[in-house]
Each structure stands twice: as C-alpha cells, then as structure tokens.
Design a protein around this ligand. Structure first.
Ligand SMILES: [Zn+2]
Length: 449
C-alpha cells in the first residue's frame, strides 16, 4: 500500500482535481490527478488513491478537464496597439500617446492571460517619444504588485542601431529622441544600461533586418559583430539575458559568437548555422503566427499596404521550412508569436496548431509552450511544468489538447487559469470569472478611434 498523503483544512491550501494531467517533463499523461497547492506553490501531485483531502479542504474540482502548465509566449509586443495599416501605424505615432499604448499593453496582456498564458516575455517597443521600456516595466510591476490581474511578465528593452528595422518601423521623418538608437560599442552599452536602469529583464537587439518596414530588406545585416558583442556583454554584466533578432544564418552565427541567450525568429536557415545552434544549445523562438495566410488575409481586410502583404507572403515558405529543419535537427524551440499588430491578441495558441501542421506531435507543441519556453527564459526552476516545488501556474482545459491542439484557441475550453496558486479565470460549470470580459475583436481598433 502506498503511503497516503493527508491534506487538512487550511486557508492557504487548495486541492485541484481533474480527469487528466499533462506531465510535460516526462511527456506522459496522469489519469485522475490530484494536486495539493500550498500558498503559491505545488506541494504534492498524486491521485485520489495517494492523496486524501479531509473535510473542509478547499477543493477546486475541474471535473473532466485536462490540467497542464500555464502557457508562455516568449516573443510578444503587448504595447503595439491594434493598428494594422502600416501607414496608419506611423501616422498614429502622432495621435496615440505612450500612456494610451501602455493601457493597450495591459489590456493585451490580460487577454493573453485569460486564454491560459501565465507568462509573457514582451520584447519591447519604441515610439515617437522614445523607448517605452519604462512603460512596459510599469505594466509588469503593477501586475506583480497585485493592482491589476495579469500574467507574469518579463520585459525586453530595445538596444538597436540607427536604421535598424525597429527604427524604420517609425516614420522616417520623425524626430528621433536621444538614445532611442545607438551606434558603436560604447553608445550601445549606454543604451543597454539605460534600458537596464528602466528595469528591463532582457536586453533585446537586432542583428539583421526584419519585416514591417517599407524599403529595407529582411536579409540585411544591422549591427557589426563588435557592436553585438558589446550589447550581449553588457546584458550579461548585469546578469540579464540578451535576446537577438536574427533573420539570416549570418545573423545566427553572429548571435552565437556573441553569446546570445535566445535567437528570435525562424526565417532563413542553412545547415551549418542550424548545426551550430544545436551544438550551442541556444533556444530559438518561432514567431510563425504572423507569417500565415490567416495573418495576411486579416491584415488585407484591415487595409494593410500591399507591399507589406507581399513581403509576408514572400518569406512565408522560408519560415515554415526553417521551422521544420530546425525541429528535425534538434534545435531547442521556444514558443513565440511576435503578436503586436495582430488584432487577435489572446489567440496566441494558434501558433501551436501551426507546429502540429508542420509535423510536431501535439505533446511536443505543448512542451514548447511550457517547459521548453521556461527553460529558454531560465525560469524552469519555478514554472513551466507541474511538479512539487514549482509555482502553481496551472490551466484546466475542457478538451484534450493532445487529441486536438486547436482546442487551446477557444476561450470556452480554457475553463480555469491559475497563477501562483490563485484562480484568475474560472469558467467551470456554474462559475463566471473572466480576467477580462472581452473576446478577441470586440474592442475598437486604434485606426477607427
Ligand atoms: Zn518582435
């Protein structure tokens, strides 16, 4: 007879029950799980035969649901307001204040949280008034303070050169504020330090061009190696991570040489660079969601300029191929959508269905969104899987994601969202607690304000 773990009534203790539990570390499913939560963390995981909740214990019964760790999006831009038209986005830089953008950022983070994303890594934003690192840190800190409900957030600060693709997203004729961008190792070190002073968790930089601009090609080099080395070194000096945007194999090699902690985006590849990424063990975020036909058609419907749509379509096959090659080669893959312009904030789990369409098993897709992402962010000691000792970041799904990964896209299926032992969304039978009462698409687009 296994020893029975008795749980006695205590206001700080909860017991969670459901039909199944996805063990993302073992890649297995536990039937009829019982989870004991003490305060913010998981104390014990077992089944009804090994854990006995005594009368008076607070039991959260999730019925026939599947429990899994809260999901993570490691590449998002919550403060990008929902303005899909490239030119309007630029014009809106003069209409929309950073303060309003910050409100959108919190709202977007809450939409993702309500859909089961308990951790977001926001990789920064700039504006007509300079970098918005402090605004993003304000969102993170207000959530941490308990003033607003929201996910755990890690914030990146843009540390990029003049004319980088993130600079070119701003209007060309716009007055640039001091240190919005920088050039040369020492200026870039200063910019990194300013972002760190503002409170960023990650230094975000770009070694190649990207999408979202009018003239610049996505395969140009941005920084020199010397500049990139300085940025990554500065992040590491302050014990922070460096996330490096790379579209090309040349950029990937530069990122590895500099000691980048994560490589952002899967666009172009070559075997040599992919093998080097595998050998270095550096995680790569995917950001496939905004390369899809769905994303292109959504933007077309909103009036996005044809040249942007053409660019999206042109790189699409390369992105899918790079994902498949990197997956087969054994690259550590982290979940990232690069959501920002997309009007469907909260539909991040679409990304996982793409992985499955491109050849991943559903269990692997769930692992990418949980434990693999936690490892990429170096927070796997505390979250990313359901294990004793970790934060109780747990979601309950009305269906089985391993049978139908698309079930994670429907809010009605995300019946409970718990972060650090506290229930924030509860849509179980007879319960009606949302983080936010808005479904994707119900709010006004900034274009139409
Ligand atoms: Zn991005």
């Amino acid at each position: 007879m296994p020893e029975i773990f008795h749980v006695t009534a205590d206001p700080a203790v909860k017991v969670l029950k459901a039909d199944r539990l996805i063990d993302v570390v073992a890649g297995t499913v536990l039937q009829k799980p019982v989870i004991v939560i003490e305060g913010t963390r998981i104390a014990k995981i077992g089944t009804a035969s090994s854990i006995n909740a005594q009368p008076g214990v607070n039991v959260v019964d999730c019925g026939a649901a599947t429990l899994m760790p809260g999901m993570m999006d490691c590449h998002i831009h919550t403060m990008m307001f929902n303005c899909l038209t490239f030119h309007n986005y630029r014009v809106a830089q003069w209409e929309i204040t950073p303060e309003l953008q910050q409100m959108y950022g919190l709202f977007h983070a809450q939409l993702c949280f309500d859909m089961g994303f308990t951790t977001l890594r926001d990789l920064g934003l700039n504006s007509s008034r300079g970098l918005l690192t402090a605004h993003l840190c304000g969102i993170r800190d207000s959530i941490n303070a308990g003033i607003f409900e929201g996910p755990r957030m890690l914030i990146g600060g843009f540390t990029t050169i003049t004319g980088s693709h993130l600079d070119l997203i701003q209007p060309r004729a716009m007055q640039r504020f001091g240190f919005q961008t920088a050039d040369g190792p020492w200026e870039l070190r200063k910019l990194a330090r300013q972002n760190l002073l503002a409170g960023c968790d990650i230094v975000k930089t770009c070694v190649t061009g990207g999408g979202g601009t009018d003239k610049e090609e996505p395969d140009v080099r941005n920084m020199t190696q010397e500049e990139l080395d300085a940025v990554v070194d500065e992040a590491h000096a302050f014990k922070k991570a460096a996330a490096v945007h790379c579209f090309t194999p040349a950029g990937q090699r530069m990122a590895l040489q500099a000691g980048a902690d994560t490589i952002e985006h899967m666009v172009f590849n070559d075997d040599e660079a992919t093998d080097a990424i595998v050998a270095a063990g550096v995680p790569v975020t995917t950001t496939l969601l905004h390369r899809t036909d769905h994303a292109i058609e959504t933007r077309r419907a909103q009036g996005t300029a044809q040249f942007v749509l053409n660019k999206m379509k042109a790189i699409q096959p390369y992105c899918y191929e790079t994902f498949q090659k990197m997956y087969k080669a054994g690259v550590k893959i982290a979940m990232g959508t690069d959501m920002g312009f997309d009007p469907e904030m909260g539909s991040n789990a679409r990304e996982l269905a793409l992985y499955v369409d491109l050849g991943m098993k559903p269990m692997e897709a769930v692992q990418v969104a949980t434990i693999n992402s936690a490892r990429a962010l170096k927070i796997d000691k505390d979250t990313g899987s359901l294990e004793a000792g970790k934060f109780a970041d747990i979601i309950a799904i009305r269906a089985d994601p391993l049978a139908d990964i698309a079930c994670l896209q429907d809010k009605r299926n995300i019946v409970m969202v718990m972060k650090e032992g506290k229930v924030f969304a509860d849509r179980r039978e007879g319960h009606h607690k949302n983080v936010i009462d808005a479904r994707p698409g119900e709010w006004k687009k900034v274009d139409f304000l």
